[in-house]
Design a protein around this ligand. Structure first.
Ligand SMILES: NC(=O)c1ccc[n+]([C@@H]2O[C@H](COP(=O)([O-])OP(=O)(O)OC[C@H]3O[C@@H](n4cnc5c(N)ncnc54)[C@H](OP(=O)(O)O)[C@@H]3O)[C@@H](O)[C@H]2O)c1
Length: 349
C-alpha cells in the first residue's frame, strides 16, 4: 500500500468512526500536559545553568572554619575544586596518589588563599582497610568539622578499546578507583560530616561525586568506564535519598568532556570547558539539576552539557539504540586516530 493510500485510509476511518468527545479530550489533555512538561523542564535547564544560583557554600561551613575533602586533587577538575573551595573560605584536605604533587598543590593554595591545607596520600587503586581506617581517623580529627566531600578521583581507559581486548589490569583499576574507592572514601568521611552537623559546625553537609556522559549514555569501547560511572548514578541517587533527612546533600555531577590529562584535550570550546569554568558552574548551582531535570540528586551543571543532556534524554532517550550506535562510531574513530598516532610516533623513533 502506498503512503498516500495509507493516509487516505486513516482519514476515512476517522470520518467513519469519529472519536467520542471524551476520548478526544483525554488525548488533547495528555498532549497539553506532555508539552507543558517539556517546555517547563527546558526552561528549568536554561534557568539552572544560566540564571539561578544554587545553595551557597556558606551553608556547608565555608566561612565557619569547616574543611572540604577533595579526592584526585592534584590535577584537572579536582585541583580546581580545591582552589575554588579554598577561595570560598574552606580549609582543604587534598587526597591523591602522589605526595610530591600533593605538597606542590598545598603550598600553592596556602600562598594564594592563606587558609589551612592538609594532605593525605592514598592510592585509590590499591588502598585497603588500613588506609581507609587511617583516612577516617584523620578526617575525624580535623578541627572545625568537615562540611564537604568531593569524590572526584576517577580513571578511564587509556584509549577506547573493545571490552574483550581490555587488559585485566585496566578493567580492575577502573572499578577499584571509580567504584570501590569512592564508596570506601565516602564511608570513611560520612561520620565526620554527620558530626559537623550535630555539633553545629555547618548547617548542612555536601557530597559531590563526579559522574560522566559515559555513564549517562552507554559508551561502546569505553564499556568498563561507562558501567562504572552508571553505577555511581544509581549509588549516588540512593545515597541522596538516604542522607537528605540528616542534612547531607548528595549530588552526582554529570559532565561531558572537559580539558584535562584524562580527556587528553587541551583546547576549550563551547562544548569543552576548562576545569576552572566547569567547577565554577558546579559550585554556583549546587542542588540545582541543570540538564538532569529528570534525575533526583543529580546535576549537569555546565550550560552546554546541560542542553546536550536534555536533548538526548528527551529527543532520543539515553539508552536508545541510536545513541549507542552514534557513540560506537565516535569511539571507533577516536581509537583509529589514537592507534595511527602511536604508529606514527613509533616510526619516527
Ligand atoms: N576530563 C573529562 O573530560 C571528564 C569528563 C567526565 C567526567 N570526568 C571525571 O572527572 C574526574 C576528574 O577527571 P580529570 O579529567 O580532572 O582527571 P585528571 O586530570 O586525570 O586528574 C586525576 C586526578 O586523580 C588522581 N589520581 C589518579 N589515579 C589515582 C589513584 N589511583 N589514586 C589516587 N589518586 C589518583 C591524579 O593524581 P596523580 O596526579 O597522582 O595521578 C589526579 O589528581 C574523574 O572522575 C573523571 O571520570 C572527567
Amino acid at each position: 500500500m502506498s503512503f498516500t493510500a495509507f493516509t487516505q485510509s486513516i482519514v476515512d476511518l476517522a470520518v467513519l468512526n469519529p472519536l467520542p468527545g471524551a476520548v478526544l479530550a483525554i488525548i488533547t489533555l495528555f498532549g497539553v500536559v506532555k508539552l507543558g512538561n517539556l517546555f517547563g523542564s527546558y526552561l528549568a535547564v536554561l534557568l539552572d545553568t544560566l540564571v539561578r544560583r544554587g545553595t551557597p557554600l556558606t551553608t556547608y561551613g565555608s566561612k565557619a572554619g569547616a574543611w572540604a575533602v577533595v579526592t584526585g586533587a592534584t590535577a584537572g577538575i579536582g585541583e580546581q575544586f580545591a582552589h575554588q573551595l579554598a577561595r570560598a573560605g574552606f580549609k582543604v584536605l587534598l587526597v591523591s596518589r602522589t605526595q610530591s604533587k600533593l605538597d606542590a598543590v598545598a603550598s600553592e593554595l596556602k600562598e594564594k588563599y592563606s587558609g589551612e591545607v592538609a594532605t593525605f596520600a592514598l592510592d585509590a587503586a590499591s588502598a585497603g582497610d588500613k588506609e581507609y581506617s587511617q583516612l577516617a581517623a584523620f578526617v575525624d580529627d580535623l578541627e572545625g568539622g568537615v562540611g564537604v566531600l568531593v569524590n572526584n578521583v576517577g580513571q578511564s581507559h587509556e584509549m577506547p578499546v573493545p571490552f574483550a581486548e581490555t587488559t585485566k589490569e585496566e578493567m580492575h583499576q577502573i572499578i577499584q578507583i571509580n567504584n570501590v574507592a569512592t564508596l570506601e572514601i565516602t564511608r570513611a568521611v560520612i561520620p565526620a560530616l554527620q558530626k559537623s552537623i550535630k555539633t553545629k559546625k555547618s548547617k548542612r553537609a555536601l557530597i559531590l561525586t563526579m559522574g560522566s556522559f559515559a555513564g549517562l549514555t552507554p559508551t561502546p569501547l569505553l564499556a568498563t568506564y561507562s558501567g562504572s560511572k552508571a553505577f555511581l548514578q544509581g549509588w549516588s541517587s540512593a545515597l541522596g535519598a538516604e542522607l537528605a533527612p540528616e542534612g547531607i546533600d548528595v549530588e552526582l555531577v554529570v559532565s561531558y568532556l572537559v580539558t584535562s590529562n584524562m580527556s587528553k584535550i587541551r583546547r576549550t570550546s563551547a562544548m569543552i570547558p576548562s576545569p576552572k569554568a566547569f567547577v565554577k558552574a558546579t559550585l554556583r548551582s549546587l542542588n540545582r539539576r541543570g540538564g538532569a531535570q529528570e534525575r533526583a540528586y543529580t546535576s549537569t551543571p555546565f550550560w552546554s552539557h546541560g542542553l546536550l543532556h536534555w536533548w538526548i534524554e528527551n529527543a532520543l532517550g539515553v539508552y536508545s539504540r541510536i545513541v549507542a550506535v552514534f557513540n560506537r562510531k565516535m569511539h571507533v574513530d577516536i581509537r583509529r586516530r589514537a592507534l595511527r598516532k602511536i604508529a606514527k610516533s613509533a616510526n619516527t623513533q
